[in-house]
Design a protein around this ligand. Structure first.
Ligand SMILES: Nc1nc2c(ncn2[C@@H]2O[C@H](COP(=O)(O)OP(=O)(O)OP(=O)(O)O)[C@@H](O)[C@H]2O)c(=O)[nH]1
Length: 723
């Protein structure tokens, strides 16, 4: 039941975080070009750490769906799904998420991404390593963030159903991980931030440089054209004022042309459109047939009486350069309303070669100049574009997002931008484009990213190593202290345990513990001594108590309780050695009279002397002589000889009868006798003493009845009686 509840909780948690991941993944952070950072996978890692691989897979599928929506690529499920499972399984083996993420991307993620990318992605081969490394860096970012979030959010520490560590982690391992995590995250963000700002700066510089350059180019172009228009206008005015003398006109045209070498040719017509002067003369045959009445530059200038600038065209007969014709009418000096002809200059637009030449020498920039109709007037050689063909290009607005304007000229359908460009419209409607390849910038970004990755790995290793060392500084001495004080032996104490690198706090802790241990040991010794004395006292008290319990205070003989207890032991012994056992009950005769006649004290004295006599007679260690009660005594005599025992009892009886007792007070002398009832039998007879006593008692009764002062013995067992 509890298990089911846990499953539901985890399922809800994984789904909820998966949805959050999906939403966040819909808005990846743009970095440069087509490089974006996804942060939604942070939640996948959190679920992998808390709930394990399969819930993480669920979260990953949901979060990756966000990426699927914007990137339209199914591969995200593969890589991020595998990553989630990998981190989840590593977690089950107590491996920290950051370590498992590094392992995954180094050994599985990056090779797989590169391999699949080669087959599936529409990327240039040399761009793929960049995207692959970016993917790994991205993963390090969200794994670090996830680990940090788990460390920082108390709710997640207490997450009830989370996977627990199998073994308690050492402080050294924990510290190493936390420090490595912090350093990784810090270096990751700072590297990416600096990369990002450096790329932005780079782009801004390029953009600024391009804008300025294209502006200058445009100005220079404008000036070039205007300068030549002005030259034609001025020349027209000069010719209006001068004599219509052909020779002079030819001469003037020659010198004008010398001043304006930008014109390929210059010509002067009369009012019949006949060319009357030309420069250079070698390119003209000034015959009557050479008329230009069909040319726009004549018609527009002569009939409309204005300065005319033609569209761009390829010079016919004067090379294949693009040119424009600039023409203006000149007038009769006497009648300024009457045009006399036109002056025309064909302006060579190859002039831009000169500007372009500088570019060729210094950088990778190229220029394209188009006329107002979009036809190419001039294009740098390296662009390989045909003059006067339409300038076909596509503005790049694909996945590569930068601050720069991008366009493709040669492969207009490609996803990868070819050129960064800036353009400017000249006064005459022409547009000048400054283009430079995008690839070097991409390469720079790649190089930066690659260097960052290598440095990051290095930093990671270094921080792992250093933090491991630092944490050891604390944990090793602590462990030593723990070991040192783990055993409670005086011998182990040594002040030389900690090396000089141990932190002061640990050293001080060690010294304090050492002091307390010494005090403790001293105290313990004191305690042990006291305990030993007390134990000894207790033992002797116990002995006394035991003696008191077992003995009769008056006679110092054993008491009845002891005798009965001892009986079982003695009987067993006799049984094992197949020896006979005798139990005898002695009852003093007419003892009441002794008391009555000589006093109670005399009775006591009497009992003591009987006891002494008994001790003398029955002094074997194995014999038990006890006071049975009142004036009765019991003898338990193992290893008995059935015949001699009766004799021995009689000897005692006689000895007692002859013993003189002196009454303590009256000092009167008297003597007394005893009746004895006994039984000698094999130990098998009965294990219960009562049966033995019963027989002895019966005999005692007989002895009393038959006159007292006699022994009555029953020998039970034919073997014994035979003896
Ligand atoms: N002084 C003294 N007398 C005791 C002690 N224990 C028992 N007695 C006395 O022993 C006497 C026993 O008397 P009885 O049982 O009549 O037996 P008896 O006088 O010995 O006569 P028979 O046994 O028939 O020979 C009693 O008077 C008891 O008071 C004791 O510890 N000290």
């Amino acid at each position: 039941m509890i298990n089911k509840l846990t499953n539901y909780k985890n399922l809800f948690f994984a789904t909820f975080l998966g949805m959050l991941g999906l939403i966040i993944n819909l808005y990846p952070l743009p970095f440069f070009a087509n490089v974006q950072f996804v942060l939604g996978n942070t939640f996948t890692v959190i679920v992998a750490i808390l709930c394990g691989p399969w819930y993480a897979l669920l979260t990953s599928i949901l979060a990756s769906s966000g990426l699927m929506m914007i990137w339209e690529s199914y591969h995200v499920y593969l890589f991020f799904g595998l990553e989630a499972i990998f981190i989840g399984f590593c977690r089950r083996r107590d491996i920290y998420a950051l370590y498992s993420s590094v392992m995954f991307w180094l050994f599985i993620g990056m090779p797989l991404f590169y391999f699949v990318g080669n087959i599936l992605f529409n990327l240039p081969a040399d761009h793929l390593p960049f995207v692959t490394i970016k993917q790994a860096i991205n993963s390090l970012i969200y794994t670090s963030i996830a680990s940090l979030l788990i460390l920082m959010i108390p709710k997640l520490w207490l997450f009830e159903t989370k996977i627990k560590d199998k073994k308690r982690r050492t402080l050294s391992k924990q510290m190493t991980y936390f420090i490595t995590l912090m350093i990784t995250l810090t270096s990751l963000f700072s590297t990416l931030y600096f990369n990002y700002t450096s790329l932005i700066t780079q782009q801004n510089l390029i953009k600024q440089n391009q804008n300025e350059t294209v502006f200058h180019l445009s100005n220079s172009g404008d000036q070039y054209v205007n300068h030549h228009i002005k030259a034609i206008e001025n020349a027209a005015q000069t010719f209006s004022l001068s004599d219509p003398n052909k020779q002079k006109q030819q001469h003037a045209l020659n010198s004008l042309h010398q001043n304006y070498p930008g014109f390929i040719t210059m010509l002067l017509t009369d009012n019949n459109s006949k060319v009357i002067a030309g420069s250079p003369l070698t390119k003209f045959q000034l015959t009557d047939d050479m008329k230009v009445n069909d040319r726009d530059y004549f018609i527009e200038a002569f009939y409309n009486q204005k300065v005319f600038i033609s569209s761009v065209f390829l010079g016919r007969g004067f090379g294949n350069d693009a040119i424009i014709a600039i023409s203006a009418p000149y007038f009769n000096s006497n009648n300024p309303m009457e045009p006399q002809g036109i002056i025309e200059g064909s302006l060579n637009l190859q002039h831009f070669t000169t500007i372009d030449y500088d570019f060729k020498q210094t950088n990778t920039q190229s220029i394209v100049l188009t006329d107002e109709k979009g036809s190419i007037i001039y294009a740098s050689d390296r662009l390989n574009l045909e003059v006067m063909s339409p300038f076909d290009y596509s503005i790049h607005a694909g996945a590569y997002k930068t601050k720069l304007n991008l366009l493709n000229i040669h492969d207009t359908d490609s996803l990868i931008p070819e050129f960064i460009y800036a353009s400017h419209k000249m006064n005459n409607g022409w547009i000048i484009y400054l283009v430079e390849p995008f690839l070097p910038l991409l390469k720079l970004a790649e190089k930066q990213m690659f260097t960052s990755f290598v440095l990051l790995l290095f930093a990671l290793l270094l921080s792992f190593f250093i933090s491991h060392k630092i944490s050891k500084l604390l944990t090793v001495p602590l462990e030593m202290v723990a070991n040192q004080f783990g055993q409670f032996s005086e011998k182990q104490i040594s002040t030389q345990v900690l090396d000089e690198n141990s932190p002061k706090e640990v050293y001080s802790l060690y010294n304090r513990l050492l002091k307390s241990k010494q005090q403790l040991i001293a105290h313990q010794l004191e305690l042990e001594e006291t305990v030993a004395i007390r134990t000894h006292e207790l033992e002797s008290a116990n002995k006394k108590l035991k003696a008191l319990v077992d003995k009769d205070p008056l006679t110092q003989l054993y008491n009845r309780r002891y005798a009965e207890q001892k009986f079982a032991e003695i009987r067993d012994y006799c049984k094992r050695s197949e020896q006979a056992l005798t139990v005898a009950i002695l009852d003093l005769d007419f003892f009441k009279q002794v008391n009555d006649t000589y006093g109670h004290l005399a009775g006591d004295e009497c009992l003591r002397q009987v006891a002494d006599l008994l001790r003398q007679f029955y002094k074997r260690d194995v014999d038990v002589v006890a006071r049975y009660g009142g004036e009765e005594f019991i003898l338990i005599l193992p290893l008995s000889n059935a015949l001699s025992i009766e004799q021995h009892l009689n000897q005692f009886r006689l000895a007692l009868a002859q013993m003189t007792i002196v009454a303590p007070k009256t000092k009167k002398e008297f003597s007394l006798t005893t009746s004895i009832g006994a039984i000698t039998a094999n130990a098998d007879f009965n294990k219960d003493i009562d049966h033995w006593i019963k027989v002895a008692d019966d005999n005692l009764y007989q002895a009393k009845a038959q006159g007292r002062n006699q022994v009555r013995l029953t020998i039970i067992n034919s073997d014994l009686s035979a003896e």
